[in-house]
Design a binder for this molecule. Structure first.
Ligand code: NAP
Length: 304
C-alpha cells in the first residue's frame, strides 16, 4: 500500500458524496469507492421535488454530477471498482480485485439495492418488459399499458412519471391504502390514465418473447385475474448492501449507528440509506454524510 488515507468512503450516492465533500474540504485525505457510476438511486430519478433550495425540483442525475464534481474539487480521490473484502483492524484495509487500500477510518455509504418480486417469469422477462427504473425504460412504453407494483414513495412517484408516456398505468398494491407521502398520492389520484388495483399481489408473468400479461390475486376475494399489458415496473422496496459489513451490529441488514453515525466498530461510521433510521431521503443522506465526516475528524483528532 503506497498511501494510508485518513478516510475511505464506500459508496458514491448522496450520503457518500456529501461525506466526501465535508472530509476533503476539512483537508482529510479521502478516497471514495464506487462500483458503478456516482449518484446511487438518484441517478434514475427524474425529478427530486423535496431537496431544499430547488424550488422547481432538481433532476437526480444532475444533482449527482454536481455532488461528484464538488467532492473532486475539494480533493477526494475516486476508485471505480467493486470492493471484495474489508479488514477492520486499526488500519482499515479495503480490497478490490486489483489492489488494496488502507485508511485510518471508514465511512460506509453503500446504500441499498432494489428488491425483486421473486415470482415466476421475473428473471425470464428481465429487460423484456420487466423494469425497475422508470426513467431508464418509460420511453419504450409510449402509448402502451404498464403495471406498477408497490405502494411506497417510489411506486407512486414513478407511476406519475410513467403516465406521461404510457397509455395506461395500473398500480397494483397489496393493501387498501398507499404508504407513499400524501402529496405524491394526491398527484397520482389527479391523473386520469392511472388506475389502482388495491389488495392485489402479482403471481406470475405471462408472455412468449416478451411480457404480455400479469396474473394477480386479490387477497380479499381470492379471485385471480390476468391483466393484459406490455410492461411491469417493480418498486417494492429496497435491500441494504451490507454483505461486506457483517462485522458490524446490524438490524434486518441495516447498520446500527448512533446520532453521530458511529457504528459498533472503532473508526467505522455509516451514513445514508444503509443505516437503520426512519427517513430515507436525499436530504437525510446528505445530512448523514456531513455528520459522518465530522465524526471522522473527531475520531482522528481525539480517538472519539
Ligand atoms: P418502501 O417505502 O419500502 O415501499 C415498498 C412498497 O412495496 C410498500 O408499499 C410495500 O407494501 C410494497 N411491497 C413490499 N414487498 C412487497 C411484495 N413482496 N409484494 C408486493 N408489494 C410489496 O420502498 P420505496 O417506495 O422503494 O422507498 C424506499 C425509500 O426511499 C423510502 O424510505 C422512501 O420514503 C424513499 N423514497 C422517497 C421518495 C421521495 O421522497 N420523493 C421517492 C422514492 C423513495 P406495504 O405498504 O404493504 O408494506
Amino acid at each position: 500500500m503506497e498511501k494510508i488515507y485518513d478516510v475511505i468512503i464506500i459508496g458514491g450516492g448522496p450520503a457518500g458524496l456529501s461525506a466526501a465533500v465535508y472530509s476533503s474540504r476539512a483537508k482529510l485525505k479521502t478516497l471514495l469507492f464506487e462500483k458503478a457510476a456516482c449518484g446511487g438511486q438518484i441517478i434514475i430519478t427524474d425529478l427530486i421535488e423535496n431537496y431544499p433550495g430547488f424550488d422547481s425540483g432538481v433532476n437526480g442525475y444532475e444533482l449527482a454530477m454536481k455532488l461528484e464534481s464538488q467532492a473532486k474539487k475539494f480533493g477526494t480521490d475516486f476508485v471505480f471498482e467493486e470492493i471484495i473484502e474489508i479488514n477492520d483492524g486499526k488500519t482499515k484495509i479495503v480490497r478490490t480485485a486489483n489492489a488494496q487500500y488502507g485508511a485510518k477510518s471508514l465511512i460506509i455509504a453503500a446504500g441499498t439495492k432494489i428488491r425483486p418480486m421473486g415470482i415466476k417469469g421475473e428473471n425470464e422477462f428481465m429487460g423484456k418488459g420487466i423494469s425497475y427504473c422508470a426513467v431508464c425504460d418509460a420511453p419504450f412504453f409510449k402509448n402502451k399499458t404498464v403495471a406498477v407494483i408497490g405502494g411506497g414513495d417510489s411506486a407512486v412517484q414513478e407511476s406519475v412519471y410513467l403516465s406521461k408516456f404510457a397509455k395506461s398505468v395500473i398500480v397494483i398494491h397489496r393493501r387498501d391504502s398507499f404508504r407513499a407521502a400524501k402529496s405524491l398520492q394526491e398527484k397520482l389520484f389527479s391523473i386520469p390514465n392511472i388506475s389502482v388495483k388495491y389488495d392485489c399481489v402479482p403471481l406470475q408473468i405471462k408472455g412468449s418473447q416478451k411480457v404480455e400479461g400479469l396474473i394477480v390475486s386479490n387477497l380479499k376475494t381470492k379471485i385471480q385475474e390476468e391483466i393484459i399489458l406490455d410492461g411491469i415496473f417493480v418498486f417494492i422496496g429496497l435491500i441494504p448492501n451490507s454483505e461486506h459489513f457483517q462485522f458490524l451490529k446490524l438490524e434486518n441488514g441495516y447498520i446500527i449507528t448512533d446520532e453521530n453515525m458511529r457504528t459498533s466498530a472503532q473508526g467505522v461510521f455509516a451514513c445514508g440509506d444503509i443505516r437503520k433510521k426512519q427517513l430515507r431521503q436525499v436530504v437525510t443522506a446528505a445530512s448523514d454524510g456531513a455528520c459522518a465526516a465530522i465524526s471522522v475528524e473527531h475520531y482522528l483528532d481525539d480517538g472519539l
